[in-house]
Design a protein around this ligand. Structure first.
Ligand SMILES: C=C(CC[C@@H](C)[C@H]1CC[C@H]2C3=CC[C@H]4[C@H](C)[C@@H](O)CC[C@]4(C)[C@H]3CC[C@]12C)C(C)C
Ligand SMILES: C[S@@+](CC[C@H](N)C(=O)[O-])C[C@H]1O[C@@H](n2cnc3c(N)ncnc32)[C@H](O)[C@@H]1O
Length: 374
């Protein structure tokens, strides 16, 4: 064998091995293999149509007038992206600050366990997960605290995935999931000891509506923690680049308009909560949450090629290439939002439903103290 033949054979084998190990497996440890990418609850034939409808609905998020249609389009969005998220990110659909020396999975778990600690969850508690995805956070929180968690998501496919994962993790006795709208939850008044939402209530057209529902189902004295997507004090609505970045985030993440950081605590108080703590968890000394998105051009290109090949072979639905392209663009906007500091996906509030309900007299809540943690 001459040198050239040897060189090409070795290169071919090397590339083939790389392709097999890195591409055909899951992009994320414990993620879903790419060969199982599907359109969630929608059939492969309807995937492209659903994507087209989604992208024309969310093309100008701030101008969405038909707020009542938002949950249905959010459901469509999660049919389109749930498998890609699981494949490329894992079972927790949120960000977390990076922690030097710890893997993404560990950093994610630590960010989730903080919720259990803030709520003071313990065995016997009934805790609500508002917008639970495929249940990554609920499994960490149940394992950490021993509490029973009930999750709600608008997307039936996520319910099915979450139940499979709960069973596999041996946590199906503690974790359950229902399909429903968090703006009209199928739960009794005063029926949960505590509640949390991780990067989910940003999908509500009006934050007040979802907070009211959470307040309703919590028992008096019940605690609520939320990690909210917000624009920060650095956002300037007159700056074209800022506006473009935020609109890019809204379009690629099914958001009917991002809110400002000041709206969060104000809305919580308005519906009757006492504010116990408020802190933007993305601020230094926390390390960048967006560094995980900077996986490099090669990784994005590799994922994109794989998605193309799978769609071409008819293994993944037609249209998945468009959805993947949309996510690549979204990742750029999210990174810009993080780097410039104009956007945070983890503005945290911890609230309590008072023992004596003061919802009828919201002005009484103005006197409640807010602690801004350093
Ligand atoms: C809270 C929400 C979701 C936050 C994140 C979990 C997701 C936001 C953007 C997603 C991704 C972007 C790029 C994808 C990449 C092109 C692909 O090859 C692999 C998956 C991605 C990394 C994907 C993973 C999930 C996100 C980071 C919103 C919706 C409110
Ligand atoms: C970005 S995911 C976060 C999921 C989960 N909290 C996590 O961190 O893995 C947002 C979740 O909110 C849910 N959601 C959005 N709008 C909803 C609505 N109106 N009713 C119920 N769930 C909703 C989505 O279905 C999805 O599960």
């Amino acid at each position: 064998m001459d040198f050239i033949t040897l060189f090409f054979t070795a290169s071919f084998l090397g590339i083939g091995l790389y392709w097999f190990l890195c591409v055909f497996g899951s992009a994320e440890q414990k993620g879903k293999p790419a060969v199982h990418l599907s359109g969630g609850s929608i059939s492969d034939e309807k995937f492209q149509d659903n994507y087209n409808q989604y992208s024309s609905f969310f093309c100008r998020p701030k101008e969405i007038e038909t707020a009542d249609k938002v949950p249905a389009f959010v459901d469509t969005f999660y049919n389109l992206v749930t498998d890609i998220y699981e494949w490329g990110w894992g079972q927790s659909f949120h960000f977390s600050p990076s922690i030097p020396g710890k893997s993404h999975r560990e950093a994610t778990r630590i960010h989730e366990e903080m919720v259990a600690d803030l709520l003071g969850s313990k065995p016997g508690d009934r805790v609500l997960d508002v917008g639970c995805g495929v249940g990554g956070p609920m499994r960490s929180i149940a394992a950490r605290s021993g509490a029973s968690i009930v999750g709600i998501t608008i997307n039936q496919y996520q319910v099915d995935r979450a139940r499979i994962h709960n069973k596999k993790a041996g946590l199906n006795k503690l974790c359950d999931v229902v399909c429903g709208d968090f703006l009209k939850m199928p739960f009794e008044n005063d029926s949960f000891d505590s509640a949390y939402s991780i990067e989910a209530t940003c999908h509500a057209p009006k934050l007040e509506e979802v907070y009211k529902e959470i307040y309703r189902v919590l028992k008096p004295g019940g605690m609520y923690v939320s990690y909210e997507w917000v624009t920060t004090e650095l956002y300037n609505s007159e700056d074209v680049v800022h506006v473009e970045t935020i609109q890019g985030i809204e379009k690629g993440d099914a958001l009917p308009g991002l809110r400002s950081h000041v709206d969060v605590a104000e809305t919580a108080r308005k519906v009757g909560f006492e504010l116990v703590k408020e802190k933007d968890l993305s601020k230094p000394p926390a390390k960048p949450w967006w560094s995980r998105l900077k996986m490099g051009r090669v990784a994005y290109w590799r994922n994109h090629m794989l998605v193309r090949v799978l769609a071409w072979l008819g293994i993944a639905p037609q249209g998945v290439v468009d959805v993947h392209e949309m996510l690549c663009e979204t990742a750029v906007h999210l990174t810009k939002g993080g780097e410039s500091g104009i956007f945070s996906p983890m503005h945290m509030i911890l609230c309590r439903k008072p023992y004596e309900s003061v919802r009828q007299f919201p002005e009484l809540n103005e006197s409640v103290h807010t602690f801004q943690l350093s």
